[in-house]
Structures are given as C-alpha cells and as structure tokens.
Design a protein around this ligand. Structure first.
Ligand SMILES: Cc1cc2nc3c(=O)[nH]c(=O)nc-3n(C[C@H](O)[C@H](O)[C@H](O)COP(=O)(O)O)c2cc1C
Length: 249
C-alpha cells in the first residue's frame, strides 16, 4: 500500500515499494552493459562533501563461481573462524527493534517451512547467500576503513540506488551483510586492498518465476514520523490558494 489517496503514487514510489529482498533467482544471465548502467546511475547517490566513498567488485561467470565455492566451503567447515570487521546489530537490541527482528524470523523461516529451532536447516538457508541465491551477478561492496560513520550513510544511499536502479531494469536484488563475515577469503580472491573493509554483497538477477514479492511488513507512518508545524503551513497554503479572501480582509 503506497498511497493513502492524498497524493497519487509516482513511478518511483512504485519502484521503491515493489522492491523486495529476492532470495531465489532464475540464473538467467544479465549483461555487463546493464550492470554498468545500474552503477552509472547509482553513483548519483548524494554523499557528504561529495566524497563518494563506495567501491564495488562486480562478479559474474567463473569469478562469481570461485567466490561462491570458497565461501560455501568456509561456511560448511570453518564458519566459527570467520567474523565480520564491523557489528551490524546491537548485541542487546532494544524495543521496538527486538520485536521486529523476532517477527522477521517468524515470517522468514515460516515462509520457508523451517522451524526456528532447526539450526541445521537455518544454516543450509544461510549458505544460499554465498551462492548469491542463484543470481548471475554478485557485487561485493567495500568502504575505506579510515572513513567515519557519516560515510557509511553515503554508502547506504549508494546501495539503495543500486537496488532501485536494478528494479528499474526489471531486475531483483538482495543486499547481504553476511558476506562481510568472510572478508579474509574475499580479500585475496578479489585483491581487496587492506584499507578497504567488506561491508556487504548484493545479488542481482531475475526472480525465479513464481517467486513471491515482499514478505516483510513495515511500521505505520505514525510509528516513525513526527510532524511538526503542518497545521500552520496548510493554513498559509490555503490563504495562498484563496487570494481574493486575503485582498478583501
Ligand atoms: C544492509 C543490508 C544487509 C542485509 N543482509 C542480508 C543478508 O545477509 N541475507 C539476507 O538474506 N537478507 C539480507 N538483507 C535483507 C533484509 O533481511 C530485508 O531487506 C528486510 O528483511 C526487509 O525485507 P524487504 O527488503 O524484502 O522489504 C539485508 C538488508 C540490508 C539493507
């Protein structure tokens, strides 16, 4: 539901609201030209002082296969030896985030028919991340570790642009922080310089036919937006649209 009747949804509203984390791709190839176009437009993301702190490794074909094989093997045999270089989640998640994460688990594993207590089945599902969920193109996104948290904001905007630009080309995507765990394997495979930190991956491709769309709900506007000063503004607007009343008063 993207409109409330007050303003008609625009085409960009529809692209934003229709995007979802796709975890089942058809594997149909996506050409380099399409990915280049997606990245060319994504680079128009805003960034503080225009420093553009993003870097992406774009993987397809054998290179994608090599990464996938190495990470799947590590996940199967040595998962505990690997750790992300940054913390994605607070260790003690406060409300309402804790309850939202629990709902995510219920919906996500429920949709796959996996019991949340079934550690093995959950691990098999996690392993699919490293095969880019069957997508033909995988991106590994990095940031210079010498930059500060503000630059991570910029990077997030860039990543969202990639997802939306992909959607504009009829492609689905999935951002994946779980790749950051295996940075020690990715580094030599992709020649990632020491100052670059692996932030996430992004799978891009066409959804397998029959894949359901968005599964995850969103909090209502009232839960996250506080409007201030709008009553005065709408009065002013009303006055502007009724100039004859202003003239006669
Ligand atoms: C930065 C980031 C990292 C994510 N990492 C993963 C991941 O590693 N694996 C995965 O399956 N989904 C991952 N997701 C997808 C989220 O689970 C998903 O966006 C969220 O549940 C909302 O669902 P939706 O995107 O379908 O609306 C990630 C999302 C973001 C923004």
């Amino acid at each position: 539901m993207i409109g409330d009747g007050a303003a008609a949804p625009s085409c960009i509203d529809e692209i934003i609201a229709d995007r979802f984390a796709c975890r089942d791709f058809s594997g149909e190839p996506v050409g380099r030209g399409t990915i280049e176009q997606i990245l060319r437009v994504a680079r128009f993301a805003p960034s503080g002082a225009n420093i553009q702190p993003w870097h992406v490794y774009v993987l397809a074909g054998e290179a994608r296969g090599r990464v996938s094989t190495a990470l799947r093997e590590a996940h199967e045999t040595a998962r505990d030896e690997h750790k992300s270089e940054y913390s994605y989640y607070a260790s003690d998640l406060p409300e309402p985030y804790l309850q939202r994460r629990q709902e995510f688990g219920r919906l996500f594993y429920g949709s796959l028919g996996i019991a949340q207590t079934d550690i093995e089945a959950r691990s098999r599902q996690t392993a699919k991340n490293y095969a880019f969920f069957g997508a033909p193109v995988g991106l590994i996104v990095t940031i210079d570790r010498r930059l500060q948290v503000g630059s991570w904001l910029d990077l997030g905007m860039f990543v969202q642009n990639v997802l939306l630009a992909a959607a504009g080309h009829g492609l689905q995507s999935c951002p994946q922080e779980t790749f950051s765990r295996y940075h020690r394997i990715l580094r030599p495979l992709l020649s990632i310089p020491a100052e670059q930190m692996v932030v996430c991956g992004i799978s891009i491709g066409r959804a397998r036919e029959g894949t359901r769309g968005r599964l995850m709900p969103r909090a209502d506007l009232a839960e996250f937006a506080s409007f201030v000063g709008f009553e005065e503004q709408s009065e002013t607007q009303e006055e502007r649209t009724r100039p004859w009343e202003a003239e006669t008063s």
